[in-house]
Design a protein around this ligand. Structure first.
Ligand SMILES: *Cc1c(COP(=O)(O)O)cnc(C)c1O
Length: 365
């Protein structure tokens, strides 16, 4: 169900104390990830009676929350993640923001939150990034990371969907994920924990999924790995995804496979774009179940030549090692050629160096 209706009007209140150009230049020289924020933010309110209202751009700053605000207790909250890219000519673009808007609606519906119209979602991005355009970094793989989110803001301790909901959008300059070149990461296969069960919230980008994955991520770190990989909850046999990235397997015969969406895997927009791009590059693309035995045996026999993870933040990340209780498998010290080719093809579109044949790029400035 897609919410329609009159366009949401956004008011504008500019900051009277924006970050100085000197300080901003310092931040943009080494932005890191998720620690600095632009001068403004978007907020909008929803109630069953008024629908979406009170939408506006305002100075970035703390939200004041009553201790009984519902989200703090029952985690009725969803979010998105996408980036604004500066092209060589100075223009600024987002990658498939309508796809994020649609997923935001699906996530909201799963968590009994109201759907924000796609147009309002995209308008909020245009307004915030247009206002804070000086914050979009130049060069390399830097970008302005955009974080739309929605939460139950009703002050109420009962258990039911909130009747007051807040939408917000903040923006944070992000440096290249791999500051010193792309390096394969190591993965811990969790046998203790699962991320999502049938009928659960695995396909929704909800805050609680991340809270539930942190202990498994901690286990990965304790075992000398960078990230955790989850298997399905029923059989503990089928490969699902990492904590925040989808997976792809490259075969010696030139085919590329990703676990099919079963309701317990997050529908990544990067994953979806790669399905199309890999097809354009003449790879045979498959979505089907992949078992952990197929992964382990395939790497051992040489049938699987590369494995990579994908998501907005890190784009495409090669996997170099898979470890589990009592064993490990080395996949490669270097980024494989297919991973490199697909990574470059995607980044070339996002940074305007290749033709955007599918209208994926949305111009903001
Ligand atoms: C956001 C997310 C992804 C990646 O999605 P993109 O749209 O490609 O950024 C993958 N898995 C999980 C669990 C996620 O939350």
């Amino acid at each position: 169900m897609t919410a329609t209706g009159p366009a949401l009007e956004f008011s504008t209140t500019l900051s009277s104390s924006p970050v100085t150009p000197e300080r901003r230049a310092e931040i943009l020289a080494a932005p890191g990830f998720g620690t600095s924020f632009t001068d403004h933010m978007i907020t909008a309110a929803w109630t069953p009676e008024a629908g979406w209202h009170d939408a506006g751009l305002r100075p970035y700053g703390p939200l004041s929350l009553d201790p009984a605000t519902a989200v703090l207790h029952y985690a009725q909250s969803v979010f998105e993640g996408l980036k604004a890219y500066r092209h060589d000519d100075g223009s600024i673009w987002a990658f498939r923001p309508e796809a994020n808007a649609a997923r935001f609606q699906r996530s909201a519906a799963r968590m009994a939150l109201p759907e924000l119209p796609v147009e309002a979602f995209v308008d909020s991005i245009d307004l915030l990034v247009g206002t804070d355009s000086e914050w979009v970094p130049t060069g390399g793989e830097a970008s302005l990371y955009l974080r739309p989110f929605m939460f139950a803001s009703e002050v109420f301790l009962g258990v039911r969907p909130a009747k007051h909901v807040t939408y917000s959008l903040i923006a944070s300059p992000a440096g290249a994920y791999f500051a010193s070149g792309v390096k394969p990461i190591s993965i811990w296969l969790s046998s203790e924990y699962t991320r999502a069960a049938p009928g659960g919230t695995g396909a929704a980008k909800c805050a609680g999924n991340y809270a539930a994955s942190l202990i498994a991520q901690q286990e990965a770190i304790a075992n000398g790995c960078d990230q955790v990989c989850f298997l399905d909850a029923l059989e503990r046999k089928w490969v699902e995804e990492l904590g925040g990235m989808n997976l792809y397997f490259v075969s010696a015969d030139g085919s590329i496979t990703t676990p099919q969406l079963t309701g317990t895997i997050l529908e990544g927009i990067t994953r979806d774009a790669i399905l199309t791009l890999a097809g354009d590059l003449d790879y045979k693309v498959e979505e089907r179940p992949v078992s952990i035995d197929e992964w382990r045996d395939g790497v051992a026999s040489g049938e699987i030549t590369e494995v990579f993870a994908c998501g907005t933040a890190a784009v495409i990340t090669p996997l170099g090692r898979l470890a589990w209780t009592g064993g490990e498998l080395v996949m490669g010290e270097e980024t494989g050629p297919v991973t490199r080719e697909i990574r470059a093809a995607l980044l070339d579109i996002q940074y305007g160096r290749a033709q955007d044949r599918r209208g994926w790029m949305h111009r903001i400035v």
